[in-house]
Write a protein that binds this ligand. Sequence first.
Ligand SMILES: C[S@@+](CC[C@H](N)C(=O)[O-])C[C@H]1O[C@@H](n2cnc3c(N)ncnc32)[C@H](O)[C@@H]1O
Length: 418
Amino acid sequence: MPSKRSEQGEVRAVGRGGDAVVETSRGIVLVPGALPGERVELLATGSKRGAARGRLIRVLRPSAGRREPACADAARCGGCPLMIASPELQREVKRSFLADACRGLPGVDETEIEWVDSPATLGYRRRARLAWHRDTIGYRQLHSKRITPIGECIVLVQPLREAWDALRAYLAHSLRGGGEIQLQLTNAERVVVDLRADDHQPPELFEACERLCELPLVAGVTLRTSGDGHAASWGETHVSIQAGASTLLEGPGSAFSQANDGVNEKLIEAVVRLAEPQGLRVLELHCGIGNFTVGLAAQASALVAVEQEPLAAEACQRNLKRLGRKARVTVGNANQPPKGRYDVVVLDPPRQGAKALFEGSAVLPGPKRLVYVSCDTATLARDLQLATAKGYRIDRLIGFDMFPQTAHLESLVRLVRA
Ligand SMILES: C[S@@+](CC[C@H](N)C(=O)[O-])C[C@H]1O[C@@H](n2cnc3c(N)ncnc32)[C@H](O)[C@@H]1O
């Protein structure tokens, strides 16, 4: 018998945030921890951002794709909502995000969704953002200030897991107030630690950072405190990132880097292949430290690369020079790219997408090909609507499982002028 106040429903899908979309007699309720096709019992917990939410009480009819999660903290942490699903079901769920983003758009009916799996489904993640409050270090819960301390995060590469243990042993007792910690792999085996404190920190923390940096595992440590503006660093805080089998990129620890080296290698190869830049004028937007720039520059007749972060753009320029490639790297807003005639545009915006580019830029719709790398299918859907309204049609769609066990998906869409 269902318990008091609980209700039952059928899971119709998993939403982009990773919660199950459950149809109940009262309407749709979003519930973490359930899978498509399941019948569940849930308890309503209220509503957030206009959607009714609930807590899973039990699964009444489990999916054939349900698995025991590999991480003991999976339910409490919430960072890997698909760890309860088989790899096949994870793929099906994420594929549906990309299919939904493109539904009804020109070209999509003739375009099959291709798929690239991650070589590793655990131990793949080369950077992580943690948070602390007093002496508790953990992941910050989505849309919340609460921090979940967890035993071991098994999606991280081994050096990051060891670095997390070292943070607990060396720093936890000296931390004050709250802040964020970024861990990033460098040179495939060491870790750069970047701490940003909201409050003044005691001298013991500075001493602890110095001791942390003496560990062979730790390449460098940065500590910034926003209250009093103190900043200090120890060791080597720049990172070296494997960008494809034979390319090493260098950049500041603050710059963006793709989270999964194995999938990134396949993404770089696909971006360059789909851009077909041989002998063409290419505009690359959101170039970061040059992840795609190096490969595009090897073939394009001219390449203009745009990045808004000055330190990342400088690193991109240095990486090109060191690798003997040529491109014009400019610091600026990708939504207002340098005027010019381009044959191909490659873009890789942050989650917010590139609405202003599609709405207002003088550069479009000139180029014959657009290669769009997206980490958010909601903004991708909006931008594809805008791009197709400008006369483009979809002709390639590839999903990359950059973040196995999570509901995040990296997508690559090529659009050609219709
Ligand atoms: C998803 S990252 C991609 C970086 C790079 N393509 C890569 O694969 O590593 C997005 C990049 O766009 C930059 N960015 C964000 N908004 C921007 C804007 N309006 N104009 C130019 N660059 C921007 C960020 O600093 C970041 O480097």
